[in-house]
Every structure is written in C-alpha cells, then in structure tokens.
Design a protein around this ligand. Structure first.
Ligand SMILES: Nc1ncnc2c1ncn2[C@@H]1O[C@H](COP(=O)(O)OP(=O)(O)O)[C@@H](O)[C@H]1O
Ligand SMILES: O=P(O)(O)OC[C@H](O)CO
Length: 494
C-alpha cells in the first residue's frame, strides 16, 4: 500500500490524482460536469454528477496506472467549499440540487438577518460575514422550499453536508456522516472558537442540529469505502476544503505565510497561527487546518471571479478560443488605454460583500477591442488581490513578512502574475508543483497513514519554479489602482 488517491471535487470539474510513496503525481483523471443557472444569480450542480464523476475519475486513474484499491493506503478529499447538499438519510438521494457557493439566492435572507441585528453574533461565532456565499442560509432555503423538508429534517430524516461530507457518505455506503473542521468553518453554523456546532447560530439560521455531520480533524479516520466501489475497502484519511488544502499544499505552516489560488475565483489565505484574528476590514476568519485537535487559523480574502472572467471572454463574449489566448492579446493591447473591468458577475466578495451588484467595463473608446478587454480582464485579478492584501495588512498592522505563493489554473499566465507583482509592488513565488490543492489533500491522508513525512519535513520539499518581481514604478501602480477603486465605487453605486 504505497499510494495515496486524492479527490479534488471542484466547481467546474472533478479530478482524481494518484500520488506515489514519494508524493510524486503518477496519474490523473478529470471530468467536467454541467453547471445549472436556473435564474439570474442562481448556480446549482446535480449532486449525483459530483458523485458520478468522483467514482469515474477514481476508477480511471487507478486503471490507467495499473493499480488496484489494495495498492492505496488512503484517500484524501478536497472540495469546493460552502456548496450545500441536503439528502435523504434512508436513500442517500439529494432532496434538491447542490446549491453552489457562487449562488446569491439567499441575498434577501442575509439582508433580513442584518436588519434583525444578527450580523455581529454570527460573525463572532463563525468568523464569517453575513453573505449568501456560506452554507447556512442555503440549507435554510432548501428546508423552506422543498415540500416537507423542514419537518423531515427536524425528525432526523434528512442530512446536510458540504461536498466532502456527501461524498464520504456515499463512499462509505451511508456509514459515516462526517466533515472536517475547515469545511465546517465555512457553514456559518460552526463555532470556530469552541470547535463545535453552534446552537445559537443554528437557531438564528433555523437549521435543525440533527442534520449536521460530526466534525473531525483534517487528518483522521473518516470511514472506509465500501468494497464494491473500487474492488476493496480504502480508508479515507484526509479532508480539507480546497483553499485550505492549497494552503497546506503550499506548505504555509508558519504564521505570516500566505497563498493565493487563482481558479474560478481567487482565495488568499494568511496563516495567523493558533489565535484567530478578527478582521476589521471585512475579511474572514477561518480554520486553515486542524491537526491533533488543534486548529490553526487564517485570515481569508475571497474573490468570486478570477479565472471565471477568462471563461466569460471565451464562452460569453467569444473573443478567445482558449484561456491561453488572453496573454498575447494583453501583450498587443494599446498601453495608453485605461480600460477597467469590474467582473462582479455574481456580486463582489471580500472586502466589499455586495451580492447584488453586477459587473461593468469602464474607459472604452472607439479604439478598444478584444486586446484591451482581455488585458482589463487579467488586470482585474491583480486589482482584486491588492484589495485583499491591503485589507490583510491593515488587519495585522504591518506587511506580511513572507512572499505570496500563488497556484491554480490562472497562475500559469506569466502576464497575469507579472501584473500581480507590479500592482502589489511585491514579489510573487510560483511553485514547481502547481497542484497545491491535491497535494495538500494527499499529504493529509499520507501523513496520517504513516507514508508521508511530518509538516516540517514536507515543507522543505516545497520548491520554486519562478519568482515575479515588480517592474512597474509605484507611482504608476498606485495610479492604476486608484482607477480601479473609482471603478468599483461607481459599480457599487449603480
Ligand atoms: N493560461 C491561462 N491564462 C488565463 N487564465 C487561465 C489560464 N489557464 C487557465 N486559466 C483559468 O483558470 C481557471 C481554471 O483553473 P482551476 O484551478 O482548474 O479552476 P477550478 O479549480 O476553480 O475549476 C479557469 O477559469 C481558466 O479560465
Ligand atoms: O472549486 P474552486 O477551485 O473554484 O474553489 C471554490 C472555493 O472553495 C469556494 O469557496
């Protein structure tokens, strides 16, 4: 048993990644699934698609590597966070589609919670701001809109889980209803200080506690897969939400270390050690990881649209065929045009938390075309990251003393990473292994299985592919950033 299987159940695809005893990736399989947008601002997944693609990719990666379940010492699961599933305890059938983290349908409910004065209490308990992003209001919405669901949930007939929890339930044939502390910390129902579900938050959000999974450390025994799925039982030994798994995979184990992942959205996490830091600048306090019962906390800035803006250029505007095309277009753009793109397709996340605002492009002239719009789209990712880093620095009272580590699909774009460094006025490190999320999940499982080293030794294996250093003068970068801030203010006022 010399391998670890990581499952990365993301927003747009499910991947299974196989690691050998040296933590090298020896195979991967990936499958996309349908996105459902039933109404403006609503985003759903068919939970059975998440399960089906998980089984298919795991089987495929094992088969292609010529391995069987008995070669696998453990499974590590990492997942899109906050996405909410409610299912029938007796049958395992979801009672409604998975409501995805990007979904804004509970915006009015959040407004009511704020008007009722619950914001401070919920923030003190959960470390989160009141926003439709998190699971709590989504669970409540399902219970209110699926006939009979609330009564059945109160009777203990329905279960709630984030995607990790649902997959573990299915993988273990209904034997384990569990999650880990990082996923729990994204629900708005979990007390991140006490390390337990909060009766007060559940009462405010009207979520019956009987539905909630048991919460475990990130490296623990989450259950065994039933033998029929992969041919033999495999223990599930590691679980973390995908941004936390990337923090682990980037070996940000020391306070002050920071990573930013550029996938569909962008999520920057700053390790703040064993003391939670309450943000004064509308960032989130969250659990970065929990090992041996000890939580390590992080400040998090969450941006809803990063790579998704590139997808929109491809699928919506149709001005590119491939995400990679954005770089040559940006390079060929007219540098004298100050086109600013605020990609608030699903509102704005940190530090604005404006679920109902929508996107805008400013500064267009007759000479503006695909090149200028592509450049503005890539630059929006840099500007949004600067919003987060400025808020983090204000919260901790000084500049972070380590170099920002980047990963995720969009970090492959050298142009974007150079602009990021320019606009932050700080160096950026991109690691050799860009699969930080899967690596984090694999390390948790492999470390628990005794196959992989402890955190300190693992951290020494992190290695840099490239460092981006700022070349733009601070005058220009501050001027560009000021344009961005004006554009955001204008967008928020529409
Ligand atoms: N070379 C590139 N330039 C710009 N954006 C890119 C590039 N490659 C990938 N992307 C963007 O990165 C995202 C995919 O990253 P990934 O980490 O796989 O996302 P997720 O886990 O959210 O599905 C897509 O939104 C895509 O548009
Ligand atoms: O699936 P990703 O990589 O887009 O990540 C989504 C985040 O977990 C949402 O909080």
């Amino acid at each position: 048993m010399t391998h670890i299987l990581a499952i990365d159940q993301g927003t747009t695809s499910t991947r299974a990644i196989l690691f050998d005893a040296n933590m090298a990736i020896i195979g991967q399989a990936q499958q996309e699934f349908a996105q459902h947008f039933p109404k403006s601002g609503w985003v759903e997944h068919d939970a059975d698609d998440l399960w089906g693609t998980t089984v298919k990719t795991c089987r495929e990666v094992l088969q292609n590597a010529g391995l069987s379940a008995s070669d696998v010492a453990g499974i590590g699961i990492t997942n899109q966070r906050e996405t909410t599933i409610v299912w029938d305890k007796a049958t395992g059938h979801p009672v409604y589609n998975a409501i995805v983290w990007q979904d804004r349908r509970t915006s009015d409910m959040c407004e009511t919670l704020r008007a009722q004065g619950h914001e401070d209490t919920l923030c003190q308990i959960s470390g989160l701001v009141v926003d439709p992003y998190f699971s709590g209001t989504k669970v409540s919405w399902i219970l209110d809109h699926v006939q009979g669901a609330r009564a059945r949930a109160e009777n203990g007939e329905l279960l709630f889980g984030t995607v990790d929890s649902f997959l573990i339930w299915k993988l273990t044939g209904g034997a384990s209803h569990v999650t880990d502390a990082t996923n729990a910390s994204r629900t708005m129902l979990y007390d991140i200080h006490q390390g337990a579900w909060s009766a007060q938050a559940c009462a405010i959000l009207d979520v019956p506690m009987a539905m909630l999974p048991d919460v475990k450390d990130c490296a623990a025994e989450f259950g065994q897969t039933t033998p029929d799925i992969f041919g033999a039982a495999i223990p599930i030994l590691g679980v973390a939400g995908d941004q936390q798994a990337a923090t682990i995979g980037q070996a940000c184990f020391e306070p002050g270390m920071m990573k930013s992942t550029y996938g569909t959205g962008c999520f920057a996490l700053l390790n703040t050690g064993q003391t939670p830091v309450t943000s004064q600048n509308r960032l989130l306090t969250t659990i970065a990881y929990q090992l041996d019962g000890q939580p390590t906390y992080a400040l998090e800035g969450s941006i809803f649209v990063a790579g998704a803006v590139v997808q929109w250029l491809r699928d919506g505007l149709q001005i590119i065929d491939n995400a990679r095309d954005t770089q040559p277009l940006a390079q060929s753009s007219d540098p004298s045009q100050n086109v600013i793109f605020v990609p608030a397709f699903t509102g704005l996340g940190a530090p604005y938390w404006a679920p109902d605002c929508r996107g805008a492009i400013y500064g267009l002239s007759r000479g503006s075309g695909p090149a200028e719009i592509s450049r503005a789209a890539l630059e929006s990712v840099g500007f949004q990251t600067r919003d987060l880093i400025e808020a983090m620095q204000a919260d901790i009272g000084h500049k972070a003393d380590t170099v920002l580590r980047v990963d995720g699909g969009m970090s492959a774009s050298n142009w974007t990473m150079q602009f990021l460094s320019d606009i932050l006025g700080a160096p950026i490190d991109r690691p050799k292994v860009l699969e930080s999320t899967a690596t984090g999940a694999a390390w948790l499982a492999g470390m628990y299985a005794g196959l992989y080293p402890d955190a300190k030794t693992f951290a020494q294996t992190w290695s840099r592919d490239c460092r981006f250093e700022p070349v733009m003068t601070s005058d220009i970068s501050d001027e560009r950033y000021a344009s961005w801030q004006r554009a955001v203010r204008a967008t928020l006022s529409v």
